[in-house]
Design a protein. Structure first.
Length: 155
């Protein structure tokens, strides 16, 4: 079975290393999950807004499921297909014949399929890291615009 280090943990570690935010654990659809660092009693800081968005943005959470699909494709690429055994019963003068159909191209193509699937899993993981960083940027800009709009309203 082929596995890859490019999983949700990898994505979380890279986002945390680059932006100091956590993507959270998968939750049920439509369920609001607040990170432990968020305290709604004292208002919402920029960091709290970003953390809440990473935990609850439906599109980002749906995109994170792509890494599970890529992992499943990698496992599938590493598996050997079942051989097919055909038996021809004797009729007339023919003797009992049997053939074992095992796809020989698997022996040549399997390593390349695994390699391609690993690269696709890595590409998916890196794209998800980029999506997470874009979400952080977008929420930060929206928070700054909101704060600026409040200050303009006071003036």
């Amino acid at each position: 079975m082929s596995t890859s280090e490019f999983d949700r943990t990898y994505i979380n570690q890279n986002i945390e290393a680059q932006a100091s935010f956590n993507v959270g654990q998968p939750t049920a659809p439509g369920q609001l999950t607040l990170p432990q660092t968020v305290n709604m009693q004292d208002g919402l800081s920029q960091a709290e807004a970003v953390s809440t968005a990473l935990f609850n943005n439906a599109q980002f959470q749906a995109d994170l499921m792509n890494i599970s699909i890529a992992q499943a494709d990698l496992i599938d690429a590493g598996q050997l297909p079942n051989p097919l055994l055909n038996v021809i019963f004797p009729t007339g003068t023919d003797v009992l014949k049997g053939t074992l159909n095992f796809s020989m191209d698997v022996l040549w193509q399997r390593p390349n399929r695994i390699k391609a699937s690993r690269l696709e899993t890595e590409r998916t993981a890196e794209n998800l890291v980029a999506l997470g960083l874009r979400l952080i940027r977008d929420v930060s800009l929206a928070y700054i615009e909101y704060t600026f709009a409040q200050q303009r309203a006071v003036v």
